[in-house]
Design a protein around this ligand. Structure first.
Ligand SMILES: Nc1nc2c(c(=O)[nH]1)N(C=O)[C@@H](CNc1ccc(C(=O)N[C@@H](CCC(=O)O)C(=O)O)cc1)CN2
Ligand SMILES: Nc1ncnc2c1ncn2[C@@H]1O[C@H](COP(=O)(O)OP(=O)(O)OP(=O)(O)O)[C@@H](O)[C@H]1O
Length: 226
């Protein structure tokens, strides 16, 4: 596996069918982030959270969806206490039990009962009637921080492959209220150039431990950071 940042897609993958190549890329990038030491993980988390706290979309948001880190994902949970101190509400994704690969967003408090979903990720337990009422429709969120498996400097993204975020936020292509969508990842998740899928939901920004990418609507993008 090449160690370069951005990750170079190996030449041998060129002949693979598109979906198989995306799968191989996911496997390589997930392995990359899982092999980070605890120290590197902690440093990256603190640097990312510092960046996020400075973004206007983050500072203005009152209803923010985060995630609990899994599989080496960059840890943004230090933001939870910060959000609460500022009076912002924190929401977590929950797999919808009946609809195919869509997410609910449930208000997350210290007292929220949690349960592991089928991927082993802890999520608010919506079997309790009282907590069902804490669900918010996706359009009513101000900000969503999406965990990325990969990204490139044009702002394209690769997720876990379930299409959960793509389906849940497909409505953002239309008019009407919509949350800001900010993808987050380790610097080492960057890929030289990712293929686009027609269903990919465009992001407002991608923030890593070392920089922020602001995709331009017309396709060009710019990076700020160290
Ligand atoms: N922390 C976190 N929470 C999240 C997401 C995420 O990416 N990160 N999701 C973002 O979508 C949703 C869960 N999506 C997931 C999609 C695939 C796999 C996964 O590990 N798939 C396995 C095989 C699946 C199986 O066991 O059937 C794999 O690819 O190896 C995990 C989560 C909701 N919660
Ligand atoms: N809006 C949508 N409606 C129906 N199917 C969709 C939609 N968006 C994505 N999909 C399907 O979801 C599957 C996974 O998509 P993709 O490989 O882009 O996942 P991903 O972007 O890695 O995942 P995620 O969105 O969970 O981060 C694809 O097979 C795709 O056809």
């Amino acid at each position: 596996m090449p160690d370069s940042i951005p990750f170079d897609i190996p030449a041998e993958w060129a002949d693979m069918p598109e979906m198989a190549r995306r799968q191989a890329l996911r496997r390589a990038l997930r392995k990359r982030r899982r092999t980070l030491s605890a120290t590197r993980q902690r440093e990256a988390s603190l640097k990312l959270c510092r960046r996020l706290r400075q973004l206007p979309e983050v500072r203005r948001a009152r209803r923010i969806a985060l995630y609990l880190p899994n599989d080496g994902e960059i840890d943004i949970t230090p933001l939870i206490a910060w959000c609460r101190r500022r009076g912002a509400r924190v929401y977590l994704p929950v797999l919808q039990p009946l609809t195919h690969n869509r997410l609910w967003f449930v208000h997350y408090q210290v007292s929220t009962p949690m349960v592991r979903n089928r991927f082993g990720i802890s999520e608010p337990d919506t079997r309790h009637g009282a907590h069902r009422a804490r669900r918010l429709p996706a359009w009513a969120l101000d900000l969503v921080l999406l965990p990325l498996v990969g990204f490139d400097d044009a702002g394209r993204r690769l997720g876990m492959g379930g299409g959960f975020y793509d389906r849940s936020f497909a409505f953002t292509r239309g008019s009407g209220p919509r949350p800001h969508l900010i993808g987050v990842a380790h610097e080492i998740q960057q890929v030289r150039a990712l293929p686009t899928a027609s269903w990919d939901v465009p992001l407002d920004a991608i923030v890593s431990d070392t920089g922020t990418i602001r995709p331009r609507k017309a396709g060009r993008s710019y990076k700020t950071g160290e």
